[in-house]
Design a protein around this ligand. Structure first.
Ligand code: G6P
Length: 611
């Protein structure tokens, strides 16, 4: 996830772009850049500054440079393809240094396009997927920037919001959007393009939303928007009454809710950046094929929510790749003198890549000659740097302390990794891989349908927020999701909650159950459905109020339990990524009802860098 901005008008726009980027910094902050075109005395001069690191670095660099211009674009980056580096920072330039482009999204077919463009003589300087776009626009530019952008975009697959400017069209910006947000801010004798409203809210409260597939052609006093069929679209501007702070949350009450709601996008971007034409590409993992073929054992090391993603890895890797997996709490791992057979793969999962316990576990595994793969949301994080390879989630920055969208993105990586290992080891065929990938491709829309059910979950929370204790039960693939559901409830609402494999209840925890201790059970369509029904009957017989998470269309279960949360149907192996979402919302709504600060729960930190 990145933030983009563009300005066309008469003012000197460097500070406008910089301030806009500051409002977009929550979307990414590993590098940034601004380019402006100085038209004074017809000199048509481009100046550009890029820096690695947060916007303070860019601000400092700009303060030392004479830079003027009334047409400009800016970008704050969350690295996806290519590590945070000045060459990978946006804006990107064409070969003639005349066209400049900023991009948010992922171009899936950048590899073949890059090869094609190189064979036509284009010179690339970055490792990004984005750079192909600007070279394509260069190829098609024939005096009409809108046409060139349209043609370039017709060649790409993936997601994008872009803003393009050219030395040859000094009074114009072109923007376009597919699956990544883009708005037009309407000013007086000036206009803006930006990833979201807050970026330019201090200059205007009048906006137009660019819809899927639309292209915007913008000058200082004209905005034209074209649809996919090149037809002009007539849009009426709307006025927003947001203030700046609420706008950063895009209208949501807190970052956590915003991030929960962003999950279908986070999961889709994570899928898209690793899958192209039914092939899973984990290139950045550097995982040697001979290691994959000979691995004796996999160890997962992680903490908190990432640890729960580890339990998902165990389920699917053992199912598909048939490699035994141990899930290890990172803070315990290095003290137990772990027995690591050779060759073993240690997978560290850490959204931040900075959790000290996970890093210490990586060091212990390294000392014992394991091959280390880190799954992280942050490129160049410490865990990534200390590992042999990495695979990234593309969830964008997460601000709420309790993880949500990074978790579902981690789960998507777990699924892709398990299929990849299975394929390389010959446990599944290409056709089977394609079959499973088709299922995974549908996950974002299934998550969206769960999120659309938010109001029903809120109603349930209004009933259940009064209880002091909860037990969450699940079996098989349902267990990681209930562990995460219980953790979410604990961390943000301070209600005591425990997760148990449902069959284990009878060995102790059932003693706690009663009318004051509700049970949340995963009872979706699965091979253990009848078993879990039995477990639900056991707790019902002891008067526990029961909320069952069940597959849409299961009417029968409604006679047994007090309330249901319906989830869309998906094969059981891939159910965790769907089932965890309503449990996040359930915890969130209970916490809100209790007046808790969900973004910054007491005693917790987003990244724990102490032991
Ligand atoms: C902290 C956060 C959790 C997170 C855990 C692991 O405890 O509050 O939300 O799951 O750290 O973080 P990591 O960045 O390693 O995934």
């Amino acid at each position: 996830m990145c933030g983009i901005i563009g300005y066309v008008g008469e003012k000197d726009c460097v500070s406008i772009l910089l301030n806009g980027l500051k409002r977009l910094e929550y979307r990414g902050y590993d590098s940034s850049g601004i380019a402006v075109l100085n038209k004074e005395d017809n000199r048509n001069e481009i100046s550009m500054v890029k820096r690695v690191g947060n916007l303070k670095k860019l601000e400092k660099a700009l303060s030392k440079k004479e830079m003027k211009g009334s047409l400009g674009i800016g970008h704050t980056r969350w690295a996806t393809h290519g590590k945070p580096h000045r060459l990978n920072a946006h804006p990107h330039l064409d070969c003639k240094n005349e066209i400049l482009l900023v991009h948010n999204g992922i171009i899936e077919n950048w590899g073949p396009l890059k090869n094609e463009l190189i064979s036509r003589g284009h010179k690339f300087i970055s490792e990004t997927d984005t750079e192909v776009l600007v070279h394509l626009v260069e190829d098609y530019y024939n005096g009409d920037l809108v046409k060139a952008v349209r043609k370039a975009l017709s060649k790409v697959e993936g997601s994008y919001a872009i803003v393009v400017m050219s030395k040859k069209s000094p009074n114009q910006l072109v923007g376009a959007r597919q699956d990544s947000p883009l708005v037009v801010g309407l000013g007086n004798g000036e206009n803006y393009l930006a990833s979201d409203i807050p970026a330019v809210l201090e200059h205007t409260n009048k906006f137009l939303i660019i819809e899927q597939g639309e292209i915007a052609n913008i000058t200082k006093d004209k905005v034209e928007i074209y649809d996919r069929n090149e037809k002009l679209v007539n849009k009426s501007p709307f006025e927003t009454n947001w203030d700046i702070s609420s706008a950063e949350k895009e209208g949501y009450e807190d970052f956590m809710l915003k991030e929960i709601m962003e999950q279908s996008i986070a999961v889709r971007e994570t899928y898209r950046s690793h899958v192209y034409k039914y092939k899973i590409s984990l290139d950045e993992s550097n995982l040697p094929i001979d290691i994959i073929k000979n691995i004796k054992k996999i160890f997962i090391v992680a903490c908190g929510t990432s640890l729960h993603a580890g339990y998902v890895v165990k389920g699917v890797v053992e199912r598909f790749a048939r490699i035994p997996v141990d899930v290890e709490i990172a803070s315990e791992f290095r003290y137990k003198d772990p027995i690591i057979p050779n060759p073993s793969l240690v997978i560290a999962i850490s959204q931040s890549g900075e959790t000290i316990d996970t890093i210490a576990a990586i060091r212990e595994a390294k000392r014992k000659n394991a091959w280390i793969l880190t799954i992280s949301n942050v490129m160049e994080s410490s865990a990534v740097r200390e590992s042999d390879g990495a695979v990234y989630t593309f969830a964008g920055p997460e601000i709420g302390v309790a993880a949500s969208k990074t978790h579902t993105a981690q789960i998507m990586i777990c699924y892709l990794l398990s299929l990849y290992l299975a394929k390389v080891r010959g446990e599944i065929t290409s056709a089977e891989t394609a079959y499973y990938l088709n299922i995974l491709k549908e996950v974002p829309s299934k998550i969206k349908s769960v999120l659309d059910n938010h109001s029903k979950i809120k109603e349930l929370a209004n009933i259940y927020y009064k209880f002091p204790d909860f037990i969450f039960i699940g079996r098989k693939y349902g267990f990681p999701a209930v562990m995460e559901g219980a953790l979410k409830l604990k961390e943000i609402s301070y209600i005591h909650a425990e997760a148990y494999p449902a069959g284990e209840m009878k060995h102790g925890p059932i003693a706690l159950v009663g009318e004051n201790c509700p049970v949340v059970a995963i009872a979706d369509d699965s091979s253990v459905y009848n078993k879990i029904l039995g477990n639900i009957s056991e707790v019902k017989a002891r008067n526990a109020p029961v909320v069952a998470l069940t597959t849409i269309g299961n009417e029968k279960i409604k006679n047994l339990v007090d309330h249901v949360i319906e989830v869309p149907k998906i094969p059981e192996e891939f159910s965790a990524i769907i089932n965890v979402v309503p449990l996040q919302l359930f915890a969130y709504e209970i916490a809100k009802k209790l007046g808790c600060n969900v973004d910054q729960p007491r005693n917790l930190a987003k990244t724990v860098t102490v032991e």
